[in-house]
Design a protein around this ligand. Structure first.
Ligand code: F6P
Length: 257
């Protein structure tokens, strides 16, 4: 639109696409660190992109976090007109507060769009023994099968230390995250600046390698404080990922070039 041209957003998107080697990015105005409403704008942009990706019967895997919660807040029934949407949590609970848990967010997304949802009640940090028995539990198996069939993924990206602290990560793992110079986190994986995995929270559900098979992946994260995290995650070369971010993060990433 005219507004976007005047404000230079289109140019910022182009530059960011090149800087991060992505095929598609969306930049919304503002900085979500400073103005809370910017998160809702991220949510709206995500909703528009998601709507365009819907084909009929879609399974949408969703992660937790306040940004994903903001996406849920702005969804409306018209998004799913004449469509069957099923929302599933991408991974087992990874230590978020209830409002920011993928289970809660999926329920809200389903409610707001007139779709369906499934829950995945598994703790974060499952031991190898629990993991083996839990994945064979019929109700969990069913959800895991649905997650594997997802054709759309919506996920957040977080700053590594913020996430490690928010999850009340234990001492040993904390040291691993610090020693590995982690700067970003997504799906329970912690990344260094090069995009290498330095730590992984062991839980069931979507794994990073599964993303390659998924047609539409939307990464939604904004705020200058997440610039390093976003850049690091994009270094993992997530081919089909569309980044939805804000000017706060975009300008910081571009300033480093
Ligand atoms: O814990 C789920 C999660 O999606 C993380 O993978 C991510 O780092 C974080 O939430 C983002 O949270 P927020 O949107 O609140 O910054």
């Amino acid at each position: 639109s005219m507004m976007r041209e005047i404000s230079g957003i289109n140019e910022t998107e182009e530059k960011l696409k090149q800087a991060l080697g992505l095929e598609d990015v969306v930049v919304v105005q503002g900085d979500s660190d400073k103005e809370p409403w910017v998160k809702n704008e991220l949510g709206r942009a995500c909703a528009v992109r998601m709507k365009a990706a819907l084909t009929g019967n879609n399974i949408i895997a969703v992660t937790g976090g306040s940004t994903m919660a903001a996406v849920a807040d702005v969804l409306t029934p018209d998004i799913s007109a004449k469509r069957q949407l099923l929302f599933v949590p991408a991974r087992g609970g990874i230590g978020e507060d209830v409002a920011n848990q993928a289970n809660t967010i999926c329920a809200k997304m389903a409610e707001r769009t007139g779709g369906k949802h499934r829950v995945l009640y598994v703790p974060d940090q499952v031991s190898p023994e629990v993991y083996k028995s839990v994945v064979n539990e019929p109700s969990i198996k069913e959800v895991l099968t649905l997650i594997k069939q997802a054709d759309i993924v919506l996920h957040g990206i977080g700053e590594a230390m913020t996430m490690a602290e928010r999850r009340k990560t234990g001492k040993e793992e904390m040291e691993k995250i610090i020693r590995g110079h982690a700067v970003g986190e997504a799906f329970g994986y912690y990344f260094n600046e090069q995009g290498e995995i330095v730590h992984k929270v062991r839980t069931i559900g979507l794994q990073l390698e599964d993303l390659h098979r998924i047609r539409h992946v939307f990464a939604v994260a904004g705020g200058a404080s997440k610039a390093k995290a976003i850049k690091a995650y994009m270094n993992t070369k997530p081919e089909s990922t569309v980044l939805i971010t804000d000017e706060g993060a975009a300008k910081q990433i571009l300033a480093w070039r």
